[in-house]
Design a protein around this ligand. Sequence first.
Ligand code: NAD
Ligand code: LMR
Length: 331
Amino acid sequence: MSTQTTATPVTVTVTGAAGQIGYSLLFRIAAGEVFGNRPVNLHMLETANGAKSAEGVAMELADCAYPLLNRVLITSDAAEGFKGTNAAFLVGAKPRQEGEERADLLAANGRIFGPQGEALNDVAADDVRVLVVGNPANTNAGILHAHAPRIDRTRITALTRLDHNRALAQVAAKLDVPVDDLTQMTVWGNHSASQFPDVSELQLNGEPVAEKLDREWLTGEFIPRVAKRGSEIIQVRGRSSAASAAYAAIDHMRDWVVGTPDNDWVSVALPSDGSYGVPEGIVSSFPCRCVNGEWEIVQGLEINEFQRERIDASVAELSEEWAAVKQAGLV
Ligand code: NAD
Ligand code: LMR
């Protein structure tokens, strides 16, 4: 059966396209996992050094004979890579090594996002959706936001969906239930060890489940396990997560295009509008629903003292990262 379509192609930019996340991500985008039955123009934005390797990846993409892959561009020029882009996956950045925190990458990676923000501001499509994956993802998204005033606040996001998925997987294993039976997980704050994976609103088949999870397990195992999962992967695998990160990035962008189910939400980091006491502009993870193609922070959740402390601690770290960005003259 032919999958040929006459729909207008969507332009998708992936930075760091020759890296390990790129190697998982590109093939899934080309297969139609984000935009469904819509042709894709794929822009691979790499450094000059990474361009040759990106060419090899492009050869493999061609060898897949994807019916939906319309055109592939490889470039090291941000203005060319972001021209007319409808969806930008900003993966291109250095990963941390064992023993480092993600914030240690700020000096090396932060400077990537000012110029990329300016280029997006100048040449991206009006409906652009931006997902920052490169670490420290929240603060990099903040830098980008400061350099791209034309782009609406809710269209610049950072990836905490991997943390969200990790949290769901841990609870599903603990309760021995299918992961799909769980809804309304929330990750608050920074994509860092200070993040707060929160089960307060979690439901199992539509029923509250927090009471079934003992507090000692939650505070002693679950929260630190999810928050430090990235380090655990680096220790065991020897390199930072890649396939699971690409999978989460696909989840994030697909839900942004298709929408979230009525009875659920997902975790998305985006510049705060002041919700839940997070200072305006700080890029924090929140529970979000996607309605008519726009992320909306879920409102009206009751926050108890324990939650308040955890959210505030992660937001305090984000504020420190932001102060460092300002001091370094990156915004
Ligand atoms: P990698 O080193 O395998 O690949 C990074 C690629 O980015 C390289 O090919 C490099 O040439 C390219 N690059 C560097 N600077 C660039 C620039 N200015 N423009 C375009 N390309 C550029 O790294 P990876 O494992 O793919 O990870 C990429 C980033 O994603 C890291 O910062 C990592 O920490 C982060 N990450 C985030 C999450 C998350 O959940 N937010 C999860 C996993 C990894
Ligand atoms: C992750 O959460 O796996 C990534 O952010 C990589 C890292 O440095 O932990």
